[in-house]
Design a protein. Structure first.
Length: 321
């Protein structure tokens, strides 16, 4: 049992450190390219920090633990929004870019609506995956256009007096190496989490769905948590919100979409009655006031944190009573 717990904790540590390395690389890329922090957060950071969720859910689906695939993705959205952004808003409220926030949050709500509609028949299968992956393609195209637009604006500032790009090959190589190192650490950490998380669930007699919605979801959300807290510490608030919006979209269209290809993912009664309503409530607390006022307020952080902890209490009280 001790070995299992230690390996589980090692997964947490690898994910956390990998995310820390990655956010430093991302901030440096932003400085060199002048790409908007919200776009960086919604593209590079969110794709990288969602890798643990993707690898965990894919491994779970391939190995026949498909309930964990959905639980991990939905649990990560709830954790990302309630805990991560809740903490960010509580610690340091900040203004957002109205147009970019609106476009990302709208696509997120559309993704949630599609997921709920697809799950009405009780499962997410290969045909449903096509719809989710289509939204993923739309999201990637939208991000590509945003990045290209910002690159065109920032081209001149990236060049020295001689007209040559200051982002030299050596610096690119160094950032690329650290980038890959961070990703490897997160992937290896996520594999340790899923393997040992299943064993811990079996030993304690806790349903795998509950473990995936809470402990493993928190573990795979550590990159988002660490990168977001690191970002606000360095005064890069837009990376935080962009990261979470992008990660939440990817959890639906990428993680659930791709994980439903090896095996169908069942939609349990608990998902419909508890998980989905809490997820939607948290997203509405985040999105509606922010769109109206173009700012993330401390009171939103308090509400999101309170909702998140009430959700955790609700889940575990079902099995303690």
């Amino acid at each position: 049992m001790l070995t299992i717990v230690l390996l589980f904790l090692a997964g947490f540590i690898l994910i956390t450190k990998g995310a820390d390395i990655f956010i430093n690389c991302t901030v440096e890329i932003g400085k060199r390219t002048n790409i908007s922090e919200l776009i960086l957060g919604a593209t590079i950071v969110s794709f990288a920090t969602t890798l643990p969720e993707l690898t965990v859910s894919m491994f779970a689906s391939i190995e026949g633990h498909s309930t964990m695939s959905l639980g991990n993705a939905i649990g990560s959205i709830i954790c990302n929004t309630g805990l991560v952004l809740g903490l960010v808003a509580f610690i340091s409220p900040f203004k957002v870019d109205k147009n970019l926030f609106f476009s990302k949050s709208t696509l997120l709500l559309i993704s949630v609506l599609i997921l709920v509609i697809l799950g009405i028949d009780g499962s997410i299968g290969r045909l449903d995956a096509i719809a989710l992956i289509t939204v993923l393609i739309i999201y990637m195209v939208n991000n590509y256009r945003s990045v290209v637009g910002n690159n065109n604006k920032g081209t001149k500032s990236n060049r020295g007096k001689d007209g040559k790009n200051n982002f030299v090959i050596g610096e690119k190589l160094k950032l690329g190496t650290l980038f890959i190192l961070g990703l490897i650490m997160m992937v290896v950490g996520s594999k340790l989490l899923i393997d040992n998380g299943v064993k811990i669930a079996d030993i304690l007699g806790i349903p795998q769905g509950i473990v995936s919605l809470t402990v493993i979801a928190l573990g795979t959300s550590l990159p988002e948590l660490v990168s977001s807290l690191t970002a606000i510490r360095k005064k890069h608030h837009a990376i935080s919100v962009g990261n979470i919006l992008g990660a939440n979209i990817l959890n639906i269209v990428s993680v659930i979409g791709l994980s439903s290809i090896p095996n169908d993912i069942p939609i349990l009664s608990q998902n419909v009655k508890i998980d989905f309503p809490f997820m939607i409530l948290l997203l509405l607390i985040l999105i509606l006031p922010t769109i109206k006022k173009n700012k993330l307020y401390r009171v939103q952080g308090v509400l999101m944190l309170g909702t998140y902890f009430f959700y955790i209490f609700t889940l575990y009280s079902m099995y303690i009573v």
